[in-house]
Design a protein around this ligand. Structure first.
Ligand code: NDP
Length: 464
């Protein structure tokens, strides 16, 4: 069976969703045609007008009900994510809970989304934060539920309707979330999920004059194309793209703690994480000790059946992704390699390359698999130079016990999300997004709703 059936027109009409751990067929999902996108946008616009006119307290209440309904089905959603995306059960549970939390957090903003009153002569001046209208969210396959919700939760809370196009490989949890929203009482057509190919369904959303904003997460290559099409229409756009994030370990750090944390900082979700710390930079004087601790930690990572509670790392999403990852790793390279199952499934072992040039493709390009490079540096200036030697700028970590350095280095690294003695990057309370080719705009955090509004200024003369 081929992954996509191609009719004589050459356009895919349905997609086979496979379990990446077993290669078994899970479902066949019809692709949304361009004409169906038109109809969906029309319906979304009508639903949005009613939604924006509803009392803020009622909108907030419905979003909280949606959050509770996600909570009630969290385990089922998590298990579907395990089968569809190969995520470990622990991760998938976190992901379903993240959708719930995002909805609750956004619901809290509905009644607080206020403009300003600005002192002006001759009258009263106020700003209004108005919803944009219909928002298109184009989600990737690496975190199908959370990344969709990063878009739809604040967009709905700000009074918009949302059309979500999930990745072709992972549409099932998104379709379930739309069903749960309806069951929870959200108005029909307010949150629609349109599965389909990026080049047709996704592109139709990008080009549609009735879609006011696109929220895109995915590769820098596709993001660039989406941006160009949005530019033609002066369409609002948020881009969350790739990364090649550094994990900077100074000799003055707690080396045991840094080495213990380094593996899952790039192996979580099998490395298919835009924030993965895939460039491990270690000060030369601590390099040997770090390597001595890192090697057994990598070799002991449990890779296998993602539905097993003990598993730390599952498969890659698809055969194509495994081929992409393989192509990045020179077969003869010196490396620490972990274990991976043989047989069906898109497996790749945890891999740390120990003898690569800092400008080699594997050290500069996003691999999006369980592969990191280990590079030595001499001093703080060298560490910052290496950390910034990338076109990306999404995330990064600094491990040190020196309090001044802990303040200095994160300020010197050009990236949107830095952490000190930690690898945490994503929290729904705090803004998330990239510098450089890692993206444009910010998601999450206290300003998440504002990103889905247009500011209108109104001056009322008191002299008429
Ligand atoms: P893409 O960027 O191509 O896909 C992301 C989303 O965009 C999917 O929903 C996709 O649909 C859609 N899409 C594709 N083409 C268009 C288009 N012309 N117009 C509108 N939407 C479109 O990523 P890939 O899945 O091809 O992954 C390739 C690489 O991208 C990975 O190896 C990784 O490096 C990077 N990536 C980064 C992510 C991140 O979080 N920053 C997430 C995913 C990938 P469809 O599913 O049909 O392709």
């Amino acid at each position: 069976m081929t992954p996509t059936d191609m009719p004589p027109t050459g356009r895919p009409v349905e997609h086979h969703v496979l379990n990446p751990a077993t290669e078994e067929l899970l479902a066949t999902v019809p692709s949304t045609t361009v004409a169906e996108v038109d109809t969906a946008v029309e319906r979304a616009a009508a639903a949005q007008a009613r939604w924006a006119a509803a009392a803020p307290a009622d909108r907030a209440r419905l979003l909280r009900r949606f959050a509770s309904a996600v909570d009630a089905e969290a385990d089922r959603l998590a298990r579907l994510e395990v089968r569809e995306a190969g995520h470990t059960l622990g991760n998938a549970r976190w992901e379903a809970a993240n959708v719930r939390d995002l909805l609750d957090y956004a619901a809290g903003g509905v009644e607080r989304l206020s403009g300003r009153q600005i002192p002006v002569p001759g009258g009263l001046d106020v700003t209004l934060l108005e919803p944009l209208g219909v928002v298109g969210v184009i989600a990737p396959w690496n975190f199908p539920m959370p990344i969709a919700a990063w878009g739809f939760a604040p967009a709905l809370a700000a009074g918009n309707a949302v059309i979500l196009k999930p990745a072709e490989t992972t549409p099932l949890t998104a379709l379930e979330l739309a069903r749960i929203a309806l069951d929870a009482g959200l108005p029909e057509h307010l949150l629609q999920v349109l599965p389909g190919a990026g080049a047709t369904t996704g592109n139709a959303l990008v080009e549609h004059p009735g879609v006011a904003k696109i929220v895109f997460t995915g590769s820098t290559r596709t993001g660039r194309q989406v941006m160009a099409r949005c530019a033609d229409r002066v369409k609002r756009l948020t881009l969350e793209l790739g990364g090649k994030s550094p994990n900077i370990v100074f000799a003055d750090a707690d080396i045991e703690a840094a080495a213990a944390a380094a593996p899952m900082a790039f192996l979580d979700n099998a490395g298919q994480d835009c924030c993965a710390r895939t460039r491990i930079l270690v000060q030369r004087t601590a390099y040997d000790r770090f390597l001595e601790l890192l090697a057994p930690a990598i070799e002991s990572v449990v890779v296998g059946d993602p539905s097993d509670e003990a598993t730390q790392m599952g498969p890659l999403i698809s055969r194509a992704q495994r081929d992409r990852v393989r192509a990045h790793v020179p077969a003869e390279a010196a490396a620490i390699r972990g274990k991976a199952p043989e047989g069906p499934g898109f497996w790749f072992p945890p891999t740390v390359l120990t003898d690569v040039r800092p400008d080699a493709p594997v050290a500069t390009e996003e691999v999006f698999g369980p592969v990191a490079v280990l590079l030595p540096f001499d001093d703080e200036a060298d560490a910052v130079r290496l950390a910034n030697a990338t076109e990306y700028g999404l995330a990064g970590s600094v491990w040190t016990r020196d309090a001044s350095r802990a303040l200095r280095v994160p300020r010197a690294v050009r990236a949107g999300n830095l952490s000190v003695n930690s690898h945490a990057s994503v929290r729904y309370w705090t803004p998330f997004g990239g510098f450089g080719r890692s993206g444009i705009g910010r998601e999450l955090g206290p300003d998440a709703l504002t990103a889905f509004t247009e500011t209108k200024n109104v001056f009322i003369s008191t002299e008429a």
